[in-house]
Design a protein around this ligand. Sequence first.
Ligand code: 3PG
Length: 208
Amino acid sequence: MNALVERLGRDRFLPVAVLDTPGDAVPLVEGLAAGGLGLVEVTLRSAAGLPGLALVAGRTDVLVGAGTVLTVAQVDAVVAAGAAYVVTPGFSPAVVERCLELGVPVLPGVATPGEVMAALALGLDTVKLFPARELGGPAMVDALRGPFPGLRVVPSGGITRDVAPDYLRRPGVLAVSGSWVTPRGPVSAEAVRQAARATVAHLSAGVD
Ligand code: 3PG
């Protein structure tokens, strides 16, 4: 089991962040760690993403990965910056193959059974389901469970703290991902800590 899957299984939540400045990565990660969360996906959706990721990569209390990775060149760039794992919004065999070559854990997005089959063909058993709300939400997770009983999914897109337990209670859901703990804008470590702590409490109460 890779470090990403292990941490997802523990936290059951992958925070997704869009940074406005690289320096925001520091209070972001400090707040997540203090609030009891051990993962963050720093996206390449803003110019601050890659340098911000490089500032906090290499921590072990919070595993810092790269998100919105669309190309092979971006895989190389985020791995050079120290990303512990790669997340993609959609399924690109070339991106997945590059991650496998480099030995970096990858969580590729899928939206259809065909994309699940393509992921399985490359030897993966864990995928991100995106955009989960628009694909049908928890009902889509249930529908995929029939043909793919061994698949582990991480639904993402339009998930709030309140609906997260409904996904997490379903067999096959390893974790959910979302941006509610790490909203865009100036980052306060204390605000992130409080949101992280509230999420940890809500998810454990809602799922057990
Ligand atoms: C993602 O990339 O997984 C999503 O943008 C996170 O979804 P959310 O912003 O709707 O929570």
